[in-house]
Write a protein that binds this ligand. Sequence first.
Ligand code: KG4
Ligand code: ZN
Length: 374
Amino acid sequence: MSKYVLGIESSCDDTGVAIIRDDGHIMANLISSQFDEHLEFGGVVPEIAARAHLDHMDRLIHGAMQKSGLAYSDLSAIAATCGPGLIGGVMVGMMAGKAIAAAHKLPFIAVNHLEAHLLTARLTDDAPMPYLCLLVSGGHSQLLIAEDIGTYKRIGTTLDDALGEAFDKTAKMMGLPYPGGPHLQKLAEEYITRCADEGCAPDDIIGRYNLPHPLIHHDNMDFSFSGLKTAMRNHIDKITGQEITTHQAQELAYCFHQAIIGVLNKKVGRAIDYYKTQYGETLEANNIKPSLVIAGGVAANRFIRAALEDLTAGHEMSLIAPPIQLCSDNGAMIAWAGWERFNRGMIDGLDFAARPRWPLDPTAAKRIGAGVKA
Ligand code: KG4
Ligand code: ZN
C-alpha cells in the first residue's frame, strides 16, 4: 500500500503545503507567495511574513488535502520546516504540523529547510549519494557533499552575503522589485537579444563595467559576494544626474551574471576536484556516476544553469537541476525530505524546538562574518 506524507513550508515568504506519495508522485503542491505584502518594503519583513503564513496556512492545508483526495487517516507522517529561517514563520508552519500530527496521532518529522533543498534532486531525479551540491538561495550559498540522509559535509560557504541576497540587493539598487534575481536575469537576456539584433558580441561590454571576482585566487571553496554588490553600487552611482537607462541596466545585469559565473566556475571547479578525489573510490565501487546537484532559488537562473552544465560536462559529471518551481521554496521538498527521513525511522517528538539557525554540517568550522549563512 502506498504511503503519503504531508509537508509544510513557512521559513521565509512562501507558504507551501504539499502531499507526496512514497514513489515521489506529487499529489498536491500548493503555494502562496507574499509578494504584495512585502513589495513596498523592498524585502521580506519577518513580522509581516509570520502573520501572512498564519492567514494562508489553514486554507492551503485544506486545499492540499482536497486536491489529493486523501483523508488524514491515509497519511503516514506530517513533516514541517523547523528551521533555519525567520523564526515567526517557522513557528507557524511547525505548530500547524504538530497540531495535525497530534490530532490524528501521526508521526511528526522536523525538517531542516536546507536538507529539503538538497534532497529535491532525489525527488525529481533519484540522485544517488554521495553527490556534490551547490545550494544557492536568498539566505545561503554553500557547497556540500550529500553523503547520506542526515549526513552532509560542508566544504564551502559564503563569508558575507548569500548569492540570492547579492541578486536582491543589486536589483534593489537598480530600482527593481523584490525578489530581484528573476528581474536581473530578464535584463541580461534582453541584452543578449539586443546584441544578436545588432550583431555584436555580448562580452564586448565586460571591460566597460569592471567587476571583481571575490576570493577567486583563494585556495578554498568559500564565497564572498558583498564586494561584487559594492562594485555594482559604484557603477550605478557613477551614472549620475539621470535615471539609469534600460540599455545600461541590461549591460550591468549581464556583467553581474558574468562575474558570478566566473566565481562559480572557479569555486565549483575546485569542489568537483575535491569530490572526485575524496569520493572517487566509493563512486566507482558502487558504479555511481558523479553528479553535481544545484538547489535553492538561485538555481533557477538560466545563465548559472548553462555555465554549470558546461562545467560538469567538462568533468564528465551529470548536472542535476530540478525544475525551476521546485528550486525555490515549496511544500513538496519538505514533504519529500519528510518521507526520506520517515522511511529511515527518523521521527521527531512534538517537543522539537524551532531553530532559527540549523547548520547541515554541525562539525564545519564557523566562518567569521557568515552569521546564519554558515
Ligand atoms: O530558495 P529560495 O526560494 O528562498 C530561500 O530559501 O532563500 O530563494 C530565493 C532567492 C531570492 O534571492 C531570489 O532573488 C533568487 O532566489 N532567485 C533567483 C532567480 N529566481 C529566484 N536568482 C537569480 N535568478 C533567478 N532566476
Ligand atoms: Zn529556501
